[in-house]
Design a protein around this ligand. Structure first.
Ligand code: LMR
Length: 327
């Protein structure tokens, strides 16, 4: 009799365990294009750690370095349910919304503190939900940093850029930014940038310090201009059907893990930018140059038509809200 009872409770215990594991058995794929030692790379690993600790049976699989998808395909893959989390740069959502293009306007934000203030403002937060009708939910903003020009000659004035080919992300504003100074923008995936620069198929690019360093772009460019002319930040996204289909309790836990991971990534971003900037300055093969105040002003003037061209698409209110964050 005793034996029977022991056996019965053992079976019950196994049953509960198995049932519990089954309920939470789930894989989340997080696909991104940058290296591990970057704000996004670190944030993804932090999410993996926190989410797996919070949700028993959950397996978060992080795919860095465009291993799984590049940014031209990842959102489509997400809508098909092949990947659950991604964090493309804010420049890569043009097919889904015009609003996020506000972040691409050249010389809009004074610095990353202003970018952060705008993202946290009511206007900035409202953009997180701007693609829900297209099946995407924004879980939060993640920083990388301000962009710098690079080329094999110093880019100081708008004339220095004229006639040169620059790789850009898939954004019409970024194309207009280079066209405004008679340069030639070339839309290419991030995974091709190193080879394009190395083979001189293109002359230059624009990247934050973290990407310039972690992907070794600086090794195939003689000059980096500390231009801080725009921002490269990310929107962490998930698919609405995946996210809304989660059990509320699991969704809450994942949301909490994501918020913590983003806060961690954002904390790291300034340190990584400073560290990678210094490493590039210290590199013998690359010269880091500065624009004078007049040279910078010439750029600002040259880029004004880009603002007018995209004002209607983005909305004047949103541009003003972003500008307000500089104060
Ligand atoms: C780029 O394509 O240059 C960036 O969006 C890559 C990234 O994710 O930082």
């Amino acid at each position: 009799k005793l034996m029977k009872t022991v056996l019965a409770s053992a079976v019950a215990a196994v049953g509960i365990l198995a049932g519990g594991a089954q309920a939470a058995d789930m894989t989340i794929k997080f696909s991104h294009v940058v290296a591990e030692n970057t704000p996004k790379g670190k944030m993804a690993r932090k999410f993996e750690e926190l989410a797996e600790a919070a949700v028993p049976g959950l397996d978060v699989q992080v795919f860095p370095n465009s291993q799984l998808y590049d940014d031209s395909r990842v959102l489509e893959a997400m809508l098909l349910g092949d990947v659950q989390i991604a964090a493309p740069s804010l420049s890569k959502f043009q097919r889904f919304t015009n609003k996020l293009q506000v972040f691409d306007l050249p010389f809009l934000f004074d610095d990353m503190a202003a970018v952060d203030r705008f993202q946290q403002s009511e206007a900035g937060q409202s953009l997180l939900n701007s693609m829900e009708d297209k099946g995407l939910i924004g879980l939060g903003y993640l920083h990388n940093g301000m962009k710098q020009f690079s080329a094999n000659e110093p880019i100081l004035t708008p004339e220095d850029a004229a006639g040169k080919k620059f790789r850009i992300q898939t954004s019409d504003i970024l194309a207009a930014q280079f066209e405004a100074v008679d340069a030639i923008p070339v839309k290419k995936p991030f995974s091709e940038v190193f080879t394009l620069l190395q083979t001189k198929a293109i002359d230059g690019a624009e990247n934050p310090w973290s990407n310039l360093y972690s992907k070794k772009f600086f090794e195939v460019q003689d000059y980096v201009t500390e231009s801080n002319h725009g921002v490269l930040d990310y929107l962490v996204v998930t698919s609405a059907s995946f996210w809304n289909g989660l059990e509320p309790d699991v969704r809450d836990k994942l949301n909490k893990a994501m918020n913590e991971a983003i806060a961690y990534g954002n904390e790291q971003s300034a340190d990584l930018a400073a560290r990678d900037r210094q490493a590039i300055i210290d590199d013998e093969g690359t010269k880091v140059v500065q624009m004078s105040a007049e040279q910078r002003q010439a750029w600002v003037e040259a880029e004004k038509p880009v603002w007018s061209e995209f004002e209607d698409d983005i909305g004047r209110d949103l541009i003003d809200a972003a500008l307000k964050a500089n104060q």
